[in-house]
Design a protein around this ligand. Structure first.
Ligand code: MG
Length: 161
């Protein structure tokens, strides 16, 4: 068994015009997150956890933000592409646990769809991916609504050498 950790953060855009996408779900919000891709910090943190467990570096190395191919990329697609590399390395996904930290909007009603999307990208069932949401109790940059932070851990199993 191999465990990996992932972290990501993205800033909210100043004005309107960016969608808020988390875990592949478009969430109604007056503001979206800034990023080269779709800025899906949940998918990014999980991708880093999965790559980390496999010892395959990180999302920035695999999909450099300087590469125009990944501009406005669907981050679930990046997760799928990363997982293909993991499978090629002889590993298979077992489970992941994710905590999203932001003040607004509240995510409770979107968590199940996020789980479905993320597990699907890893060719796994809903129950293998847990997604939890918390506020930062009004403290610091998250508390001021400047952005979102996401923590993820992933477990993989080596099934081939
Ligand atoms: Mg990111």
């Amino acid at each position: 068994m191999r465990v990996g950790i992932g972290y990501d953060s993205h800033r909210f855009a100043e004005g309107e015009g960016r969608k808020l996408i988390l875990g592949g779900v478009e969430i109604p919000s007056p503001r979206g997150l800034v990023g080269h891709s779709d800025a899906d910090a949940v998918a990014h943190a999980l991708t880093d956890a999965v790559l980390g467990a496999a010892g395959l570096g990180d999302i920035g190395q695999m999909f450099p933000p300087t590469d125009p191919r990944w501009r406005d990329a669907d981050s679930l697609d990046l997760l799928k592409r990363a997982y293909l590399r993991v499978v090629e390395a002889g590993l298979t996904f077992v489970s992941a646990d994710i905590t999203v930290i932001l003040e607004q909007p509240r995510l409770a009603r979107y968590l199940d769809d996020m789980r479905e999307n993320l597990a699907g990208a890893l060719v796994s069932g809903y129950s293998t991916v847990s997604v939890k949401a918390k506020t930062n109790e009004g403290m610091g940059w998250i508390g001021r609504g400047e952005g979102v932070a996401v923590l993820a851990v992933a477990l993989l199993e080596q099934v081939r050498a």
